[in-house]
Design a protein around this ligand. Sequence first.
Ligand SMILES: C[S@@+](CC[C@H](N)C(=O)[O-])C[C@H]1O[C@@H](n2cnc3c(N)ncnc32)[C@H](O)[C@@H]1O
Length: 198
Amino acid sequence: MQREDWDRRYAQPGSVWSARPNRFLVAEVGDLAPGRALDLACGEGQNAVWLAGLGWTVVGIDFSSVAIDKARARAAREDLDVEFVCCDLVDYRPEARVSDLVVLLYLHLPSSERRVVLERAAGAVAPGGTLLVIGHDTLNMTEGVGGPSDPDIHFTPDDLVPELQGLEIVKAERVLRDVEGESRPAIDALVRARRPTV
Ligand SMILES: C[S@@+](CC[C@H](N)C(=O)[O-])C[C@H]1O[C@@H](n2cnc3c(N)ncnc32)[C@H](O)[C@@H]1O
């Protein structure tokens, strides 16, 4: 989807996504000591705001100005300080090795662009820091529910592992996500990685 398509989608009244933080994000990072966090493709900011509530200093990036406005409004409502930046991640160069946590949730780019964005995201992770990538697994198209239909923008955990140079893979697996009103779960790809301290 192009930026204009996302803007149109986010312009609908109410929230496009659940107002709650992603369940896998909560499980994976909820007990980490807060530091600097980057939420790449932050959408309406529910995950960035949740992290800020835990004490993280968060920067959220998304190229939809409508989503960024909603995210800023949400942070203001919750009286939390989050920096939201409207920017195309294909052009964005995060500062190297300073973020204690970098998350990319359900960002589905053509594979050539994904590789560039992931390489920079991995490069942004500080020594001892964590990278978490979650998205619709390729298998979801045939055996799951929801998600986009273009195969090139899907990935498996194994697709992501070689794209995270310099990081140790902590976890690379498929995870199932129950979806309200659906008889079968969605299938997500989840990769958690860490930059060694030495
Ligand atoms: C499926 S939504 C996920 C939003 C959020 N991470 C979440 O889990 O609720 C994908 C997001 O990626 C953003 N996005 C897509 N391509 C992008 C790009 N090239 N640069 C920045 N944001 C992008 C869209 O605007 C959208 O907010």
